[in-house]
Every structure is written in structure tokens, then in C-alpha cells.
Design a protein around this ligand. Structure first.
Ligand SMILES: [Zn+2]
Ligand SMILES: [Zn+2]
Length: 451
């Protein structure tokens, strides 16, 4: 059988954040031209699909949209997530070997609770796919490798307490770039310790050090985790011409990365050099996925030997890889006891900044530290949304492998919260039943979405 690569191209030409925003309507215009000009769609290895539309239930498997899905999610978001879902279906059904969803809006900064748009993202496209794969096909272990220049903080947030989803992100160091997170000590909560791996890179990393990281850390960790499905959050803003990042990666560097990772599904995230980088990087990745020769794909201004890495950068990256290898090996021996003693819950306060609309959310996130299952998560979240005003909600998420005791406890917590006047909305996401319930205090109404 011939290896086939699926492509969904959804440019959302009617969606943007503002006229002067880098995530704007014409972002994929040049990529479209490049794909047509190179005749890529005529290759027998590449099959184009139309997207499907993600339903409110598909989205509610991941997110607590405040107050409701329809208040936070536009058609463009539903189609971008649906495009990735469509490819994942085709991959599982073995119609294609792998796929690339070249879509916008992006998603990796969208966290579990959604009060608005942050980092250009409203819903997390990759997470919608993961929950779909788990629910529809019973896939257990999934890995996401985030290769965008920005830390995939939304994806990390969603899977921080989930031992079945490995999240690996390399990105420009959070001390030098939005969103300011993704450090080496962020390793996952007590029930999922070691299933988050962050690789913060100093500005000025070239293909050389990037591939050192891939060969010596990312591939061995993936090998060890043995995922059944690999998703690449394929952000192209590590490119040397990108206006937001300060990295020096080339289209060839990205294509080789794709060849090594062998993702089942790549989903476009960032990439803001829309003429000089994005069309070339996207094309090179697509060819690499399809197993075609990509060696001729070069940027118009590319000069061999122009991007030189400072030796201090090289040494820094080597040392970090060394130390992360040790952390990864040791993480398996660390127990829940060691991480949070005899406490019933592990908890952490979080302040989340919505940069697009300029407001802050305050959260207290608690995880039941169960020895028999991954536990359930309770999030007390408070924000003053610009459009809807003050909103405090309680959101409870039950992992699909939760034990009976945890499920009962989580349902009790939901019933208790319904009586608590402080919460305008109370949500329960029960992944064991694929049920999502919303309670609205104002009129004491309660409704349910089912798959
Ligand atoms: Zn980015
Ligand atoms: Zn349990």
C-alpha cells in the first residue's frame, strides 16, 4: 500500500483578531499559492479532505467555556478543530498514514477553562482531537510534541494531571517570550508526574542544537512512553525570519524534524512570516510527511552558513538536555506521597492573563490525589470578562479512568457547588460517561450535552 498523507487546508479568510494583528486573514494566502504552484495536490501520495465541524459536545469534552460554548466559539474555531478531527478519523481508519491540518485559528494557548481568547487561541484543536480519539476509538496513550516558538501553555494546562497524555514542548525561553511559562520544573501534577516535559531554549538556536534536542531527548522520551498516536503542534514561528520569535530554524530544519518525529497528525499553530517562511516550511513539512524529497524547498533569502549559533548557546542547550534526561529518568521513581504527602488534594493557584482582551482570570485548581486512578480536577475560576462582566464558576473534570470512589466524590462536589451562591455556573465533565452538565444559578436551570 502506498503511504498517503491527508491535507485539510482551512485558511479562515473571514476571521482575524484585528486589522493589525499578526494572526490575520491573509496568513495562509501564500501557503495556498505555494501548494498550488508546486502541484503538490497532484501527487498520488497527497489527498485533500474537507473539514467537518466540531460540535459543542466535542468542545465540551475538553473545555469549560464560560458561560457557554456559543459565547466563546465561532464557526471558524469549530471548523479548525473539526479539520483536525476529520484527519484523525481517516488516519485511524487507515485511509491515510498521516495528515497535516493547515488551519487557523490556532489553539495551543487555549486552556481548560475559557473566559476569552488568549495568545490568538480560543479552543485547543489538538485537545479536541485527543478527546475524540479516546472516546471514539478507545486510544489510550497519546503524545503531543509542540514545536511552536511559544510554550504550549494551554495544552500543558489541559493535560497537566493526565498520565495518559505525554506533552513535550520546546520553545523560546519564557523569560524572553510570551506566555512566560514552560520551564524545566513544570513536570505534571502528582498523578501525572513526568508526563509534561518542557525544553525552554535560549534565543538564537539553529537547526544544529534543535536536532540535538530532538535526537537526545524528545525521541528517547517518546520511545519510552510508547504512544499509540503522536500529534505535532506544528508552529512555524521558530523560523529565522519570524517577526515574533528570535530563533534561527530553517524550512529544512523543520522538515527533518518532521521526518524524525513521524507524527500521525500535524496541526498548524503559529508562524507569522507569512511570505518568507510559512509557505516554505508548510510545504517542506507536507513533503516530509508524504515521504517525498523536500531537499529543494528553500527560502528565497536562504544562504548556507548564514545562521550561525553562538557557542554559548550550544553549550547551554547540551547542559539542559543532560539535566532533563536525568529528570525524566528519576521522575518515574517519584511517588504521589513524595509530591504531596498525605494531603487529599494537590492544589495550585493560577493567574491567567487573556492578552487579546486584557483581563485576568484567577484560579484555584485542585486534584484529588488518588492512588487508584488519575483523580479528578476541581477548578474554582473567577474573571471579569469585558463583555459579560464578573463570573465565578466551579468546573469539575472526571478523568476517563477514574475509580468508582473518585467518580462518586466528584458528583457529590458538583451537587454541593450547586447550592453555593458564589458560583454563577457549575460545570461537570464526566469523561467516563461522556457527559457534560452545566448548572446556571440565575434561573436554577441545568442542561446536559451527550455525544
Ligand atoms: Zn507561536
Ligand atoms: Zn480514584
Amino acid at each position: 500500500m502506498i503511504n498517503k498523507t491527508g491535507l485539510v487546508f482551512f485558511p479562515a479568510f473571514d476571521w482575524s483578531i484585528s486589522d493589525i494583528h499578526p494572526e490575520r486573514e491573509e496568513r495562509l494566502l501564500y501557503t495556498r499559492d505555494q501548494i498550488f504552484e508546486e502541484g503538490v495536490l497532484d501527487l498520488p501520495e497527497i489527498v485533500e479532505y474537507s473539514p467537518r465541524v466540531a460540535t459543542p459536545h466535542d468542545i465540551s469534552r475538553v473545555h469549560f467555556c464560560v458561560p457557554n460554548v456559543d459565547d466563546q466559539v465561532l464557526a471558524a474555531h469549530r471548523i479548525a478543530a473539526g479539520a483536525a478531527m476529520r484527519l484523525s478519523d481517516r488516519i485511524i481508519n487507515k485511509e491515510i498514514t498521516n495528515g497535516f491540518a493547515i488551519v487557523r485559528p490556532p489553539g495551543h494557548h487555549a486552556m481548560r477553562v475559557v473566559h476569552g481568547n488568549r495568545g490568538f487561541c480560543s479552543i485547543n484543536n489538538e485537545a479536541v482531537v485527543i478527546e475524540h480519539l479516546r472516546r471514539t476509538y478507545g486510544i489510550k496513550k497519546i503524545a503531543i510534541v509542540d514545536t511552536d516558538v511559544h510554550h504550549g501553555d494551554g495544552t500543558q494546562d489541559i493535560y497537566y494531571h493526565d498520565p495518559d497524555v505525554l506533552f513535550i514542548s520546546f520553545h523560546q525561553d519564557g523569560r524572553t517570550l510570551y506566555p512566560g511559562t514552560g520551564f524545566t520544573d513544570e513536570l505534571g501534577g502528582p498523578t501525572a508526574y513526568g508526563s509534561t516535559i518542557n525544553i525552554p531554549l535560549p534565543p538564537g538556536v539553529t537547526d544544529k542544537s534543535l536536532h540535538y534536542v530532538v535526537d537526545n531527548l524528545i525521541l528517547p522520551v517518546l520511545q519510552d512512553f510508547q504512544p499509540e498516536f503522536i500529534i505535532n503542534s506544528a508552529g512555524q514561528d521558530n523560523h529565522y525570519t519570524d517577526p515574533l520569535g528570535s530563533m534561527l530554524i530553517t524550512a529544512q530544519g523543520y522538515a527533518q524534524l518532521t521526518e524524525k518525529l513521524r507524527p500521525n497528525l500535524a496541526v498548524l499553530e503559529g508562524g507569522y512570516a507569512i511570505e518568507t517562511a510559512l509557505p516554505y516550511v508548510n510545504l517542506a513539512i507536507l513533503l516530509a510527511l508524504a515521504g517525498k524529497d523536500y531537499s529543494n524547498v528553500t527560502e528565497p533569502d536562504y544562504q548556507p552558513g548564514k545562521n550561525v549559533e553562538n557557542s554559548k548557546v550550544t553549550e547551554y542547550v547540551c547542559r539542559m538536555v543532560d539535566s532533563l534526561q536525568t529528570t525524566w529518568r528519576k521522575s518515574k521513581e517519584i511517588t504521589i506521597d513524595q509530591l504531596c504527602g498525605s494531603n487529599k488534594y494537590y492544589q495550585r493557584p493560577k493567574n491567567i492573563f487573556y492578552d487579546t482582551e486584557y483581563f485576568e482570570e484567577k484560579q484555584l485548581e485542585k486534584v484529588r490525589t488518588c492512588f487508584d486512578c488519575p483523580g479528578y480536577v476541581i477548578i474554582d475560576s473567577h474573571a471579569i470578562q469585558p463583555k459579560l462582566g464578573r463570573c465565578r464558576v466551579l468546573a469539575i473534570s472526571i478523568h476517563n479512568r477514574c475509580c468508582k470512589k473518585c467518580i462518586a466524590e466528584a458528583w457529590d462536589a458538583y451537587q454541593e457547588a450547586k447550592k453555593d451562591y458564589r458560583y454563577s455556573y457549575v460545570y461537570l465533565q464526566d469523561k467516563t460517561e461522556d457527559t457534560f452538565i452545566t448548572f446556571r444559578r440565575e434561573d436554577q436551570s441545568e442542561w446536559l450535552t451527550e455525544g
